[in-house]
Design a protein around this ligand. Sequence first.
Ligand code: AHR
Length: 491
Amino acid sequence: MKTVHLTLNPLEKLSHINPEIYGNFSEHLGRCVYDGIFVGEDSDIPNIEGYRSDVIDAFRQIKLPVLRWPGGCFADEYHWRDGIGERSSRKKMINTHWGGLVEDNSFGTHEFMRLCELVGCEPYISGNIGSGTVEELSNWIEYMTFDGVSPMAELRRKNGREQPWKLKYLGVGNESWGCGGNMRPEYYSDLYRRYATYCRNYSGNELFKIASGANADDCNWTEVLMKQVTPWHMKGMSLHYYTLPTGDWSHKGSATEFDEQEYYKTISSTLKMEELVTRHSAVMDRYDPERKVGLIVDEWGTWYDVEPGTNPGFLYQQNTMRDAIVAGINLNIFNAHSARIPMANIAQAVNVLQAILLTEGAKTVKTPTYHVFDLYKQHQDADLIYSHIENELAAEGVPSLSQSASVNAEGDVFVTISNASLTESYTVDIAAAFAGVKSAEGRLLTGEVHEHNTFDEPDRVTIKPLTVNTADGKAAVIIPPCSVAAVTVKL
Ligand code: AHR
């Protein structure tokens, strides 16, 4: 077994890790919102006010900081007034974009805001500028946040909510270069300025407005927006990038059946996130050297062919240890870039794409990806510190190890390490500059790369304790192949 050295400098604080980096996304797509989160008060499935109790508990356990809603592509077809008022009389429609499901609008603004209250997370609303009007979006903000006397505030009160909600994050359109209107960046920039102007800060509420940013490596989109929109109060700009094993949208590959080569290609494809974030940040740095505008990676994760026998429009896929490695690597990347990235949202929360939870009737499964969010939660609200790990290539140009380290308010250092190699174990020797390790403890998620949790075997892949040896002011852990580890170190 090889020994590698991990060096930390707890005195070199690099940036703050905003909790929202550990955010999620819930679209009206397939069984994410309906079935996955919301089953209604009359359901036999245990629920709190219609929300699945197990899902609420699971969100709370990982300290879910922010949830994006209602889309995705659905957002630019969503008309919020269809989803308020007496549920039984809300408009029904067909969700033409995603699988032709009947959308009965029983989950609307009040239901989403209540969900966020129950979970204790920030709501992130994605506004419709593709097929909605300026007035419609402006009214939605007034409806949610205005405390005074106005038609929208009165309507909200009539619908049972006296006090306005606090809404921080507002997306002004989604994928406006694609499903959100097929716009050019020049046109979108003007549209952003127009829509954003009428999204007002009411009653002490301050909106953090997020422009619809680039698709993957489209740096021109970023360039145009930075040039034309910044003065118009764009606090954030999104970036969407999905990990495809084959790089081919017509044949993405199976979630559970893949060979070693396809595995390493997946990891290579996910590592492109580092390059993308670096390139978009470089463009942003030229216009915004003080990093006032955040890069918001509000859609990321794996995208495979759907599980055989399921509706192709529902994007339901299984989730293996391969996904855990993908999650570990991406979260380490976002931590490393936390000076520019204040928020990221994995796609999606339940039953869609790289979901953290899967449901079937009353059963719920925590996926390996969920466990990575659980392992990493201690990074939330800590400060990123300098760390360096000796590394080597596994295969297909993929480095074996990825790491991230932070220090919290109490001075505890927290280190996360992923090992993408399917064959090599590493002894990782952890040493800190200017201080000796007094004690340390660890947790580990590991398994054969195809291993996953099912409704019959929900705990096949779970977090186990990781033995940490401390001696001579250092800590040492063994990181097996295909694993993600977290170590808390007291100095
Ligand atoms: O997450 C699924 C879809 O992927 C979203 O609706 C869209 O924004 C992206 O293309």
